[in-house]
Design a protein around this ligand. Structure first.
Ligand SMILES: NC(=O)c1ccc[n+]([C@@H]2O[C@H](COP(=O)([O-])OP(=O)(O)OC[C@H]3O[C@@H](n4cnc5c(N)ncnc54)[C@H](O)[C@@H]3O)[C@@H](O)[C@H]2O)c1
Length: 307
């Protein structure tokens, strides 16, 4: 298959790109590298360009059978600081991808987020729960989803959407684990935790996330949306304990208290029934995943490896 991955050089995109190349596909990537660097893989055609530009998207998608759309402004805090940029990239940029796919009859896998639900009382959360985002990022991703569903209906767009929970693993240079690894490497005696430490979220390992992309592509129903999480939760305090155990240290914890950041959702947990029905199951336990992530982090420290 000829495949275009938008945002191929980001955390999840890098893993997906490698997986699809290994599976024998012709892969090209479109990224403006605003949050990443070129991958420089021999088997990959890398296009530097912005999804906000319709012509760029059309050119990049020429001759493709499928687009995995991952490019996004992916940070909740940044979305509160630059609302326009977040909207232009996540909503308008996605609309450019959808229009291109309609024009050229290309299938799409769209990447959304659990953030679209907002602080729901219903956990585990099924996909048909109303969307009540409380951050610009949640709103721009939810709006993008609305266009996916609308154009599936009016233009027969062949699209499937994944709502990812907190994805973690090697190459992720953001989020709570990256924050803790860095702080504890600098000073193993204390750890400053954002918020109360009681935030409770569904953390899904990168390999299981990539499997969800592949399973949805192969077995999913056009027009459908699938949660991607473990269905289990970890508190931030539990993550801190697992990491400090791995590092064999016993730091003093301090808390900033309140919310970790504006727009944060303090409890997330996926109902993954739909994804399991199409043959997916997470394979990695939290202990295994966090250990692998820490091993990668240590390597980056020893070799000042950037990717
Ligand atoms: N990582 C997670 O836990 C998580 C959770 C839920 C949803 N998601 C979604 O998954 C997708 C991938 O996330 P990630 O963690 O790999 O993010 P990331 O920030 O690491 O990667 C996003 C990539 O998109 C590129 N990009 C940004 N704006 C662009 C533009 N205008 N044109 C072209 N490229 C652009 C960036 O340079 C980057 O390489 C995103 O859509 C994100 O919203 C991620």
């Amino acid at each position: 298959m000829n495949i275009l991955i938008t945002g191929h050089a980001g955390f999840i995109g890098t893993h997906l790109t490698k997986k699809l190349i290994n599976n024998g596909h012709n892969v090209r990537g479109l990224d403006n590298y605003s949050a990443s660097k070129k991958l420089n893989l021999k088997q990959l055609k890398e296009i530097k360009g912005d999804i906000k530009n319709q012509k760029t998207v059309e050119k990049a998608a020429e001759g493709c059978d499928i687009i995995f759309h991952l490019a996004a402004q992916s940070s909740v805090p940044k979305s509160t600081k630059n609302i326009d940029e977040d909207f232009q990239t996540n909503t308008k940029g996605t609309l450019n991808i959808l229009k291109t796919a309609i024009k050229k009859d290309i299938e799409i896998i769209n990447t959304s987020t659990s953030t679209v639900y907002g602080p729901t009382n219903k956990t585990p959360t099924p996909e048909n729960e109303p969307l009540k985002p409380i951050s610009p990022y949640g709103a721009s991703k939810a709006s993008a989803e609305m266009y996916c569903n609308a154009l599936h209906n009016t233009h027969n767009l062949n699209i499937k959407t994944l709502r990812l929970y907190n994805v973690y693993g090697p190459k992720n240079k953001k989020g709570v684990m990256w924050d803790f690894f860095n702080k504890l490497t600098k000073n193993p005696n204390k750890l400053k935790i954002l918020g109360t430490g009681k935030q409770e979220k569904d953390y899904i390992y990168i390999k299981d996330t990539i499997d969800a992309f592949i399973k949805t592509w192969k077995n999913g129903e056009p027009g459908e949306t699938y949660n991607v999480g473990t269905g289990k939760t970890l508190t931030v305090n539990q993550i801190a304990k697992k990491i400090t155990d791995l590092m064999n240290i016993n730091p003093k914890y301090t808390y900033t208290g309140g919310k970790s950041w504006k727009g944060d959702i303090e409890k997330t947990q996926a109902d993954t029934t739909k994804l399991r029905q199409i043959g997916w199951k997470p394979q990695t336990t939290a202990n295994q995943g966090i250990k692998k992530t820490y091993n990668w982090y240590q390597k980056t420290q020893n070799t000042s490896q950037t990717n």
